[in-house]
Every structure is written in structure tokens, then in C-alpha cells.
Design a binder for this molecule. Sequence first.
Ligand SMILES: Cc1cc2nc3c(=O)[nH]c(=O)nc-3n(C[C@H](O)[C@H](O)[C@H](O)COP(=O)(O)OP(=O)(O)OC[C@H]3O[C@@H](n4cnc5c(N)ncnc54)[C@H](O)[C@@H]3O)c2cc1C
Length: 486
Amino acid sequence: MLKIRMSSPRLQAHMPRPGSRVAIIGGGYTGAIIAKLLVERGVRDIEEVTVFEPREQLGCGLAYDVRNIDVRLNVAAHRMRAIPGSPSAFLNWLQTSGTLTVDPDAVTREGIFARRRDFGRFMQAQLAPHLDSGAVRHIRNIVRAVERENEQWRICGAEGTIVMADILILATGHPPASRPPAVDRLSASATSRIKDVLAADGFNEIGKCDPVLVVGSGLTAIDALCRLKALGHTGTVSLLSRTGLMPRPHAGGGFSPFGDFSSTDLTSAKKLLSKVRATISDAQAQGIPWQSVFDALRQHAPSLWQALPMRERQKFLRRLRRWYDVHRYRMPPQGAAVLELGIDTGRVRLETGDLVSITEDKQGLIAGLKSRAGRTEFRCRHILLATGPDFQDYAAHQRFLLGMQRDGFIRSDPLGLGLACDIAGRAITAAGTPNSTLFIAGPPARPAFGELTGVPEIAAQAASLVDRIIGCCARETRTIVISPTV
Ligand SMILES: Cc1cc2nc3c(=O)[nH]c(=O)nc-3n(C[C@H](O)[C@H](O)[C@H](O)COP(=O)(O)OP(=O)(O)OC[C@H]3O[C@@H](n4cnc5c(N)ncnc54)[C@H](O)[C@@H]3O)c2cc1C
């Protein structure tokens, strides 16, 4: 056996260094920010960065690959902190690119709430130099299979592209929303009137006066209201939710996060709730809005989540999640205005209950609702599903993930939050050990972080994940082992 030290510049130039080729599956915001940071921070240590993403552009994904201009970010621009190390990058871009000139409505008393489409454009601009230089390779394929071969990852795209990588990052983002079971028993014409709010064709068939039932009452439902209004829809819209809770509005006034959640004894859902309530009282006594308390809570979310035993995590998800979500994921002011006007004019109604059946007759769809008050029927022409991504059994959503799960490389998290991983983002194998060449990034890594949906949280995870990968690559010995053929 012959050992060669990689001291020769010629050899270094032509042979990939061990551990330095990174492949990312998914090029939404998460995959794109990781690719950008890898090439910018790992100039000497990363040989190749390949992103598999079927969409035309990197950096957009489900949330920002939108053509219409009616849906807005639910976070003010100065809080988006999309680029680690450059927290004002998005705000600066909005101001210098002329975007605010064509979209003056973005500026509100509560801050600048830009169009989601424009955040996608911002991310494209971030990636463009790296795509042009070839530092990031974008393969417009959906990944169909991932295998392990000679201690490398073999990634197979749908159109036959095969890429070998030393490190693999799963940034596959949001799975589709679950469909109500009743849908499967309907005729094709009825099914065509039940659409996901986030689907490209979701609103195509809705007539101006058609009554619409929106299943879900979170931010996606607010998006649906904004979209319907922009399309000139004048019919009634009913928002259905199990709890009757709606996202809360933002506060004006530019308050800073308020409250200290770093205490180590917040080890149960009940203690956490008491602490939040007490902190809100303190805040209000000082004239500080409750929103500031949730902003502080959000900053400590990963350590709070990690301090909760499994039983308490389950309790939190069962009893407090919806309450937490409506305070944490707040409506953009423009969306709040559309909702308020709709309710005031009687066009928008809030319904509480479970959708238990859907039937059809000549006039349209009949939704069967079940609530504490009993069963009711509700007539509509269209149903829009705004229940949000269904993270239950995450691996089951894609064939290649199921294959990786079968091979023991990954496993769905039992709480239904994504894929099992540790705080470093390393995938936990079937044997329960972390794999240092396989990472989970963005929303499916929530089992380790609790809160990993918003751009600022994903940016922070991306930065630490990239630093870890670069650290490992830099430490790799540059020794190549060649088996002599003679
Ligand atoms: C509607 C909506 C609005 C939001 N608004 C805000 C906001 O205002 N502010 C904020 O901070 N956060 C917001 N978020 C949350 C946040 O921005 C997202 O969580 C974040 O964009 C996640 O990006 P992602 O790349 O992980 O996932 P996704 O956006 O879901 O992207 C995943 C990508 O992976 C690709 N992919 C999946 N499987 C494969 C495969 N097998 N092969 C190749 N590619 C694959 C998909 O094509 C997709 O483009 C919003 C989220 C949603 C859904």
C-alpha cells in the first residue's frame, strides 16, 4: 500500500480532498443559506457544494417561491436576520434595491412587512455570484434514492444524475399538508374543489361569489384571505379551527425582547407556562407589550426545549402548542387588516370544530363539522386546506427518505416533529448513534431544537452546522491511500 501526503499543489488541485464534497438535498431557504455559508466560510476546506432542488431558483422553497404579490412575510424585515453575520442584509437590500418604492404598502407602524416573493428575490441575489462562479452547483432534479457506497453518499436524481459526496445534508423542508380522509371518497369533480392554499392552482376555480371554507385558522389561512381579497372575491369565507384561536397581531413601537428564560428549573410545561404568564404581567406593568415576552422566549426556545423531559415535551405539544403558536407566529399588519375588515363586514366568519365529513350534492360541498355544541353541516363551493405541513412520520413523505430509514440512516421522530437528530444537526441512526456525515437542517430538525421554523432560527442553525462541517473538513488528514495495481 502506498501513502501519499497531499503536499503537492498539483495533487491538491486535481484530487478532491477527503471529506470535502458536500451535497444538499433541498434548495429552499435552508439549503441555500447553507450552500452560501459553505462556500464563503469554507473557501480552503470545501471542494464541492452541490444542491439538488427541482425548483428553478435556489433560496425560495415553499414559502418564497410565490408569484403573487398578496402574501407577505409575517416577520418585520429588521427581524428576518437571514444572513448570519449580517443581520440587516435583508432590510438594506429592500432599501437599496428599490423594492420599497414599488411596494410602499410594506411600510407599517409595526415595521416593514415585505412581500414573500421579494424575500425570495433577495435570496436569489445572495446565491447568484456563487452559482455564476460555479462554487455552488444547482442540479434541478428531485432526489429519488440515497445509498452508502465506499464510505461516501451516492445521491441519485430523478433524471439519472448521480453525485458522490462525503457529507450529506437533508434540507427537504416542509412536507405537504394532510388531506381530510373524507376527500378520498369523493368524485373527481368534488375533489378538484378541495385545494391546498399553498398549491400553485389553489384558487384557480374559485368564482367571485363562491362561499369558501378554509380549514385551519393560522397564518396560512390569513394568506388565503389576502389572496381571495386580491382576486376580488366577495363571497363568504369561513375559517374553521379546532380551538377557535387565531394568530395575534404584532405590536408597534420597536420594543426589545423582555424576560429572562435562562433559568434551569423550567423543566415542565406547567412551570414554563407560569413563568411566561408572570413575565407578561411584569412586562405589562412596565408598559411593555406581551409580544416582547414571546420574542425573548423564542430566543431561549432551544435550551428550554432541551431541558424538558420527553413526557413534558408531549404535554407541551398536546396542551400548549396551539396557544404558543398563535402568539409566536403573528399576523403581518396587512393581513390583520384584511381579517378585521372581513369580520366587521360579516364576510369572514370563524367556526370552531373538527371537519369530520365532506359530501357533495348539485349545489356544491357539504362539510360535516363536529364541535362541543354537537354536529352541524356547512355548505360551500370550495374548501381550502390551510392546516399547514404534516410533519407526522416525516420519512414517509418521500421514497428516498423511506429508503434511508429502512437502511437505518435516519428515523422519524416519535413526537411527529421531523427527523431524529442531535443539537449539532447530526442524524440519529436506527442504532441511536449520531452520524457525523449526515445532517438534518431546517424545520425537520425540530426534534432537537423545538423551535426551528422561522428564518432567524434556521440561519443560526445553518451557521453552526456549517462551522462544524468546515471544522471537520479542516481536521481531515490530507493523506490519500492508493492500492498499488502492480
Ligand atoms: C407559507 C410560509 C410562510 C412563511 N413565512 C415566514 C416569514 O414570514 N418569516 C419567517 O421567518 N419564516 C417564515 N416561514 C418559515 C420559514 O421561512 C421556512 O420554514 C423556511 O423557509 C424553510 O425553508 P426550507 O428550505 O427548510 O424548506 P422548504 O421551503 O419547504 O424547501 C424545501 C425544498 O426542498 C426541496 N426538496 C424536497 N424534497 C426534495 C428531494 N427529494 N429532492 C430535491 N429537492 C427536494 C423542495 O423542492 C423545496 O424547495 C414561512 C413558511 C411558510 C410555509
